[in-house]
Design a protein around this ligand. Structure first.
Ligand code: COA
Ligand code: MG
Length: 303
């Protein structure tokens, strides 16, 4: 077993690393997780300058309770290694997690893990920086089990439906929307990735939804992901944060019910019973496992 830090990822806000204004705005928002982007939100000619802006933001802004992450360019680009080196060196302990894009297989995770370990040694840094990875290529989906198991530094898998659509040949009008497919077009991919994540005790997170002026459609996508066991969804705009953090939190009555059930089951066990009656229904250790997960989530959220 590893002792990975437990972090909230109900909402991961994407912020272009080239925009000081948006990074300043993001720092002041009440969001579980902020990632400052060096990849697609930054034009190629801005990439090097964006690294400096991101380091400044991490060192000078107070991000409050938010996890601070930087999304780096993929390993086929000229930027990736220097993204890791410069950001780790510049921000040191003001950084919590690095996010890798367009992972193609477990070797990519191993590469990042080793480079990050070298940097932690060089910087004499005791704080271990976490790693998470986007599953957004068919190659990654095919090997998602190996990827999820590749390093104990890995904390989360994220389904990136934008690039994934292009990779699989799915035609959608806008990222996160559907194309009239009968049913949920991402059902299989979300299931597949979430199972791989859960086997390795790491988080599964749902990617972006581009139409930030359609809160109802966004909420529905959050709900679909939440019901399959994903723990959160990306936001690309501040308007999406509250919705995701709401959907991915257990309701107060659910938490209360789970705690009552746990207590009732403990009493039953003390009486020597494995199955018991609780508020008119049967409970046993399986019901209590579900309840315990809700209790654990509630504790992490501070409910
Ligand atoms: N992070 C922080 N602040 C953001 C933000 C974000 N992702 N998106 C918008 N804002 C800010 C705006 O700067 C604006 O601030 P202001 O009121 O102080 O002027 C406010 O929120 C309202 O924004 P709005 O005017 O509605 O949108 P916009 O036209 O400024 O921005 C986008 C729209 C799509 C360009 C912007 O949301 C964005 O760049 N999102 C992130 C894109 C991204 O990261 N893509 C890669 C991952 S998929
Ligand atoms: Mg992508």
């Amino acid at each position: 077993m590893t002792n990975r830090p437990r972090r909230l990822r109900r909402c991961q806000l994407s912020v272009p690393g080239s925009s000081e204004k948006m990074m300043t705005k993001a720092a002041a928002l009440d969001v579980d997780f902020v990632f400052l982007d060096l990849e697609d939100a930054v034009a190629p000619q801005e990439k090097r300058a964006a690294r400096k802006k991101i380091i400044d933001a991490l060192n000078n802004l107070d991000f409050g309770r938010s996890v601070r992450c930087v999304r780096i360019n993929d390993l086929t680009t000229e930027y990736a290694a220097e993204d890791i080196i410069e950001v780790m060196e510049g921000a040191r302990e003001n950084l919590d997690v690095i996010m890798l894009t367009k992972c193609m297989g477990p070797d990519d995770i191993t590469f990042c893990d080793k480079l990050m370990s070298q940097m932690e040694l060089k910087l004499r840094q005791n704080k271990r920086i976490g790693l998470e990875v986007l599953i957004e290529e068919v190659e990654a989906m095919q090997r998602v089990d190996e990827i999820a198991a590749a390093s104990d530094r890995l904390e989360a898998l994220i389904f990136g439906m934008g690039d994934y659509s292009a990779s699989q040949g799915v035609s959608i009008a806008d990222i996160g929307g559907d194309n009239g497919y009968p049913g949920d077009i991402w059902h299989y991919q979300r299931q597949r990735m979430t199972i791989a994540a859960r086997v390795n005790r790491i988080d599964a997170v749902d990617g972006p939804f581009a139409n930030f002026t359609d809160p109802e459609a966004y909420r529905e996508e959050c709900r679909r992901a939440m019901m399959l066991g994903l723990v959160g969804k990306w936001a690309i705009h501040p308007a999406q944060i509250e919705i995701a953090q709401d959907v991915f939190s257990p309701r107060a009555d659910e938490v209360d019910f789970a705690r009552r059930m746990r207590a009732a089951f403990n009493d039953a066990l003390a009486r020597g019973q494995g199955a018991a009656q609780f508020e008119g229904k049967m409970i046993d250790i399986a019901s209590v496992r579900i309840a315990d997960r809700i209790i654990e989530r509630a504790k992490l959220i501070g409910m």
